[in-house]
Every structure is written in structure tokens, then in C-alpha cells.
Design a binder for this molecule. Structure first.
Ligand SMILES: [Zn+2]
Length: 390
């Protein structure tokens, strides 16, 4: 079935805006973007609205059990289905799952890819890779030598991972873990990158401290998560072509949380962290390091964890703007730049003929007022309308 969205403002995700377009799409993809009239089986009025590529959250933890709880697989599955719904309801059509307590994100991805389940496109890591007792150890392959690490990378690949998630430093979410302390060695991360490269897979490193980040960048890791940057790391990332995934909303939530269960994280954080994150955004803009949007949303069965999946991406994007990115740069960080980082730019991340129809329709002009992204009218995923405002 063909659908056309008529007289809509198209924000292509790559910096261009086209007024008064007719966008024809179906499950095969975006068929036509034109100012000429086209007919279709279904017509949607796009007057006063903007059409954008579906948003991408490059750092989520699907399911639950990230903070060390043991969770039965059926609860994991239920949590993920609810989280998918929340993502779609907030305009997110792609997520990169960055560590789960088991490989259930890979199983849910397979269900979505085979059409049994409707939801976001998932790029899944399954279990992560860390040192023994390292950050997130309860959900990781634990390894201490390059040979053990290569084996872990191969195990993750065997399980079906799209991305090999490494823990270069300690962090907030594991009790007893020291955020700035380096963990995996450069050599360990290098063997993971070698294994990933052989299969055309993605790599990512959790890096809270700078020493661990430098190891990860030198080892060739594609995306560097969380770090508070200095000039040297910004320069290294630019030279190596690494991407920065900021996840600022989670640090904000930790600092402002009041629940006793997050007390252990609150103690490791400080309000100055947000100033440091602002500096990191400014350095990326200055050095030309690409920023891909990510939240570090951590799930729970009913999606009421520390950083809720879905809505948190819109908060994260608002912070980027507050920290100096233009509205269009912010939109690109969650569309075309994120798609490039994920190596799926041929499929999604931009509104172009031939691309998969992953799109969102919003009221207003988010390139003028980013808050208009919250005025979601419709989410289209692979040509199917999965959310439509009442
Ligand atoms: Zn994370």
C-alpha cells in the first residue's frame, strides 16, 4: 500500500529543508519526494508539519538487570517490548543496545527483523566485554589477557552481536567501581577491534576517565561513550575518526536523583560534571569530532528506571542545544550522523528516495524550535505507521 504525506516541510537530516513537498512511501522505502502532485492509496495532510528521519538513540540498555539484578528472560522480553513502544511513541526508530544482562536484546532484534514483533531497528551488543570484576561485570564476558579478550569478542560475535561493547574504565552503575580508573588494556581493546573489523561490526567503549578513553581511541574503537574530554582526546578522536556519544541526561538524572537505590551513584557524581560535559561538546564542535546522540537509558520492566527509554532522548537533545549546538546540528546528531556511526546510512538517517521509510511527522519547525520534536504526530518505521497521535 502506498501512502503520501502531502504539503509537508521536509527536514532531510543532512542539513537541508524543502518546503511544501509530497512524500510517497511504502514498506519498500521512500518512493518519491516531490513538489508535484502524486496519488496514493492513503493520504495524510502534512500542512503546518515537518517530516524528519526517525530518531536514533545510540546508547540504550534494553531490558533490565543492568545494575546487577538477576532477571528472568521472560521479564527481559516484556521490558524490551514496552521499551520499544516508548521509543516509537517518542519518534525513535533505531536504537543501539549497549549491554544487557544476557543476549535477549539480540533475540528481540531477531524477532523484529523477522517481522514477528513491531519495534525499532535494533543494533544489539548482547553481553559486554570487561576485565574480571570490571564495570558492568555481571552482564559481561570477563577477560584479563588479550587471548581471553579475543575469545570473548568471538563469543559475542557467535551470539549475534552487531556491536562489541567494551568497558575501558570503571563507572557509575556498578557498586565499588571507580569511574576514572582504567580497566581494559589498549591491547585487549585492539584485539576486539580486529575481530570486529574482520566481520564489519561496530565497536564502542564505555570511557569515563581520560586514560581509558585514550587507550580506546588508540586501539581504534569507533565510538567513545560518556567521556569528559580534554584537548588531547578531542585531537586524537578527530585524527582517528572516532565518534563521541555524550549521554548527558543520565549524569543529570544521577545528580538530581533522590531515590535511595541511586545513592551509590550520586556519591560518585558532582554538579561540575555537567560543566565538563558542556566543555566536551564545545571541544567536539571546535575540533570537528562527530557527535552521535545517546542517552544511556537504563531499563526496568515498567520503564521507570533512572533514565526512561524514549522521552530521555528528547531531553538529551535539548541539552546539546543548550550546550552550544545549533538545532540542525542536534537533529543531525540523532539522524544522519548517528546512522553514519552505525554504518546504516544507506538504509536510514536521512529522508531520501530509496531509503527505508523510517520517519517522524511533528507539528511546527524543530529546526527553529527543537521542542517541536516533542509534538509528535506520527512515527513511521519501515513504511508502517507504528504510532499515530489520537
Ligand atoms: Zn551505558
Amino acid at each position: 500500500m502506498n501512502t503520501v504525506i502531502r504539503h509537508v516541510r521536509v527536514i532531510d537530516g543532512k542539513g537541508a529543508v524543502f518546503e511544501d513537498q509530497n512524500v510517497l512511501f511504502n514498506q519498500e522505502g521512500i518512493q518519491k519526494i516531490t513538489s508535484e502532485e502524486v496519488t496514493a492509496d492513503q493520504e495524510i495532510d502534512g500542512n503546518g508539519k515537518s517530516l524528519l528521519p526517525g530518531l536514533i538513540d545510540c546508547h540504550v540498555h534494553l531490558g533490565c538487570g543492568v545494575l546487577g539484578e538477576t532477571v528472568p528472560e521472560e521479564e527481559q522480553g516484556l521490558a524490551m517490548v514496552l521499551q520499544m513502544k516508548e521509543c516509537i511513541r517518542h519518534g525513535i526508530t533505531t536504537v543501539r543496545s549497549m549491554g544487557t544482562a544476557d543476549d535477549s536484546d539480540i533475540k528481540v532484534r531477531n524477532l523484529i527483523n523477522s517481522g514477528y514483533l513491531k519495534g525499532c531497528r535494533i543494533l544489539a551488543s548482547g553481553r559486554g566485554i570487561s576485565i574480571t570484576g570490571g564495570h558492568g561485570w555481571s552482564m559481561n564476558y570477563e577477560c584479563d589477557t588479550p587471548a581471553e579478550t579475543r575469545k570473548a569478542a568471538r563469543k559475542a560475535i557467535q551470539a549475534g552481536a552487531d556491536v562489541l561493547k567494551m568497558f575501558a574504565t570503571g563507572g557509575m552503575g556498578t557498586k565499588g567501581s571507580i569511574p576514572n580508573a582504567p580497566q581494559l588494556s589498549e591491547e585487549q581493546m585492539r584485539v576486539v577491534c580486529e575481530e570486529a573489523e574482520r566481520r564489519g561490526l561496530l565497536t564502542a567503549a564505555h570511557c569515563t576517565g581520560l586514560e581509558g578513553a585514550k587507550r580506546a581511541i588508540r586501539a581504534g574503537v569507533r565510538s567513545i561513550e560518556h567521556i569528559q574530554m580534554d584537548r588531547e582526546t578531542a585531537q586524537m578522536m578527530k585524527e582517528r575518526g572516532s565518534y563521541y556519544c555524550p549521554t548527558i541526561v543520565t549524569r543529570y538524572n544521577i545528580i538530581h536523583s533522590t531515590e535511595p537505590e541511586y545513592e551509590f551513584m550520586r556519591k560518585k557524581a558532582s554538579p561540575q560534571d555537567l560543566e565538563r560535559k558542556k566543555k566536551a561538546i564545545e571541544l567536539c564542535l571546535e575540533y570537528g569530532v562527530p557527535i552521535c546522540a545517546g542517552t544511556d537509558s537504563i531499563g526496568s520492566v515498567c520503564n521507570n528506571g533512572l533514565t526512561r527509554m524514549g522521552e530521555s532522548l528528547l531531553t538529551e537533545l535539548g541539552i546539546y542545544h543548550e550546550f552550544g549546538m545549533s538545532n540542525m546540528q542536534v537533529i543531525e546528531s540523532a539522524t544522519s550522523v548517528a546512522a553514519q556511526m552505525l554504518q546504516i546510512e544507506d538504509e536510514t538517517g536521512a529522508l531520501e528516495e530509496g531509503k527505508c521509510a523510517d520517519m517522524i511527522l511533528v507539528e511546527g519547525k524543530p529546526d527553529y524550535n527543537l521542542d517541536d520534536l516533542k509534538e509528535l504526530v506520527m512515527t513511521v518505521r519501515a513504511g508502517e505507521i507504528l504510532y499515530c497521535r489520537e
